[in-house]
Design a protein around this ligand. Structure first.
Ligand code: DP6
Length: 341
């Protein structure tokens, strides 16, 4: 990030940005550097059109520390540590010493495997870099978002995004880019939310547990390297049957790695398994759909538009499914007007 440009180090603006959440088709689950969120393998994702985070950043001379409200509540301590990490990089690059007041609203249901951290850190990176007068390239923006949360690197890019593993120790080549626009394959996404009272183990913690302590870990990372290549080919060819093998196989392999960790991690509820079987049954009957699961109990289903309605209805009828949210694939992070009023 050495070549970031500073427009005017003494100028700060009130800035607002929206960033989408994203769902990995081949997963990021294992770090080569936990502080910089550098992955051990590349990963591929799709951005969720209107589900994400809207963040407003206002640097101010009268603040004695950064203040962040998320959905009107103060951000927790673990979140503040990550937030400060991103803001400190921006302050260092811009030459500003000002703290900032921040507010964020999430339109993505938190926890249960639908992480809001990807959209939150992507929106933060864009709004805050703009507020402090930095003009970042798409690559630099993705790198910055990644330092808050690994998967946020893919939310800045949007569409079908590929997060390059990178080799550099400082992480400057570990960024995501849009490899195909949303309109390339206008699939629908169905989020089947599973009723689950438990507080899910966070991805950050779960990953730390899996990568050092799962007997399947090395094989999992090897598989990811192959899956990214095959997944990209299936996306380019818009081949749902091929995509289903890779996407479902990759998600199940990640969960197998979690289950084989010590202590083992088990995110699924009975409804999670019921959704997986239903999707496979519907596919065998001709519906073009496949599922994936992040670090939680909820399931995301990718489906061709013409099959979206019957598949959504079938998922909603499953015992233990709270709701089925339908969305599309969308673009990346963007600045919003109204940041300065
Ligand atoms: C299962 O990006 O939330 O959703 O880098 O520690 O913030 P940190 O983890 P995070 O992990 C996401 C894990 C996943 C898979 C994925 O999105 O690729």
């Amino acid at each position: 990030m050495s070549n970031m440009q500073v427009t005017n180090s003494s100028t700060t603006l009130r800035s607002a940005a929206f960033a989408p959440s994203n769902i990995a088709l081949t997963k990021y689950w294992g770090k080569r550097d936990a502080r910089l969120n550098l992955p051990l393998a590349p990963s591929l994702s799709v951005a969720l059109a209107e589900l994400g985070s809207l963040t407003i950043v206002q640097p101010a001379a009268d603040l004695v520390e950064d203040v962040m409200l998320v959905d009107d509540k103060p951000l927790d301590d673990a979140g503040m540590v990550k937030l400060r990490r991103v803001l400190d990089i921006i302050r260092q690059k811009s030459g500003s010493t000002l703290y900032a007041g921040l507010r964020s609203v999430n339109t993505v249901p938190a926890a249960r495997g639908l992480a809001s951290s990807a959209s939150a850190f992507a929106a933060l990176a864009l709004a805050a870099s703009h507020a402090y007068g930095l003009q970042l390239s798409p690559q630099e923006l993705s790198v910055l978002a990644r330092t808050g949360s690994g998967s946020a690197s893919r939310s800045t890019a949007g569409g079908f995004a590929l997060w390059h593993q990178g080799q550099a120790e400082d992480g400057s080549d570990s960024f995501a880019e849009q490899i195909l626009p949303p309109e390339h394959w206008p699939l629908r996404l169905l989020i089947a939310r599973v009723c689950d009272e438990r507080k899910a183990v966070s991805s950050t913690r779960g990953m730390a547990q899996a990568d050092t302590k799962s007997l399947l870990f090395a094989a999992w990372i090897d598989q990811c390297q192959r899956d990214v290549v095959d997944c990209r080919a299936a996306l380019e060819a818009k081949n749902m049957r091929k995509l289903a093998d890779i996407v479902e196989g990759n998600a199940l392999a990640m969960h197998a790695t979690m289950m084989a960790a010590r202590p083992p991690l088990l995110y699924w509820r009975p409804a999670t398994i019921a959704v997986m079987h239903t999707v496979r049954q519907l596919r065998s009957e001709g519906a073009d759909c496949c599922f994936t699961i992040d670090a939680g109990s909820s399931v995301v289903v990718l489906v061709e538009p013409q099959d979206a309605r019957p598949v959504a209805d079938a998922l909603a009828a499953i015992d233990g499914i709270e709701e089925v949210i339908q969305t599309r694939i969308g673009g990346g992070a963007r600045l919003l007007p109204g940041g300065q009023d």
